[in-house]
Design a protein around this ligand. Sequence first.
Ligand code: SF4
Ligand code: SF4
Length: 465
Amino acid sequence: MSEPHIATHEVSLYASARKIYPRSVSGVFARWRWALVWITQIVFYGMPWLEWGQRQAVVFDLGARRFYIFGLVLYPQDFIYMTGLLVISALSLFLFTALAGRLWCGYACPQTVYTEIFLWIERKVEGDRSARMRLDNAAFSLEKFVKKWFKHLLWIMFAMWTGFTFVGYFTPIRELGMEFLQTRMSSWEVFWVFFYGFATYGNAGFMREQVCKYMCPYARFQSAMFDRDTMIVSYDPGRGEPRGARARLADHRAQGLGKCVDCTLCVQVCPTGIDIRDGLQYECIGCGACADVCDTVMDKLAYPRGLVRYTTQNGMTRGWTRAQMLRRTLRPRVLVYTAVLLAVSLVVAFGLALRTPFKVDVVRDRASLARIVDGGRIENVYRLQIMNATEAVQRYRIEASGIAGLAVHSDASAEVGPAESRWVALRLQIPFDAMPPGSHPVRIDVGQADGDAHVSEKSVFIVPR
Ligand code: SF4
Ligand code: SF4
């Protein structure tokens, strides 16, 4: 019996990414985005060049395990403040997302900011959307080669400068510049300049919206932070539908049409290539480009602005005014985020303001637990690490307490240079019969010789059998 013939055909589960050519746009949200591009980039590229006394104002010296942030000198023991800063950033993200959706994504995220800059370079070299599409579809020519080559050259120069600036936060940037000129940068510095530079080049030049769509986890959990009173960029179907082309001066109502002329400009400007008219989508980064361009279309047709606008789901479905929507801003979720954010910020600020200007670590000398010394006294040896978190030379007093007759028999004071840390040997002694054999708690106190600050650390004194 012959086998029945079954027609088969292969279906690929892989779809290559469609290249997006965002059209340039101007308007109030584009101006906000550019303002944030300028602010964030002036801070990022300018900060390493700022001086603070004899040093770079902000530098994270990983080798010496010190972070310098203007007047602050932070040691690894200050990691708690870094944790506080991360908690503040996370809470701010929650708060702003609850208020107005993906504000961070649309205006200040490095991926958005660098894509905006790379797109600007691309437009200057290759032209706007249609010119870029024509160029990409054209056969190879000298003009195409020169334009592409020049664009990539500018992109790479900008990306390398970004990588250099990034490393300048970890190695003083002027030193790094001299090392570069004298071709004596360390292999790690070269690696990080290239790594960060090429990450910028790849993410902003090629990956673009794909980073937001497939790599960034934030898009996935944003819906948990939205509610019906969150301001999001939305298309108003009640006003826009039925959509359709019409003559400029035609009466669209008589034609049974809404305000949307179906020009697709909102899709053409969208950096993630979506159609806002399809409703809220996880790909939307809330950049407002579609709102800007749609307003220009509405202006041309003398229709009211805001067919695509920042609004809330409640505002849209219930026809609320802006004032009614703003009144819903102070809802429980927002108040809780604000209260927690303020509380954590205050705790971190007070903690920083009141922190002791030095740190102390006590380590028992492992070579000898305890020994009998001249005069029959019992001695324990410790090592103290004193970390000066000020930028002036400091002198410290060293004292010990906890056992009757406990005395310091090494230098009872130590001097530590500005922002330096120093290991100091500490010998404590007690009379022979002061305590029974065993381990006894003691306190080691280190205090500023010319100030009130002091640190008290616990340790033990061992009496041998
Ligand atoms: S830009 Fe405005 S008018 Fe044009 S298609 Fe988009 S929503 Fe409709
Ligand atoms: S849909 Fe509009 S707001 Fe959302 S990413 Fe696209 S252009 Fe930006």
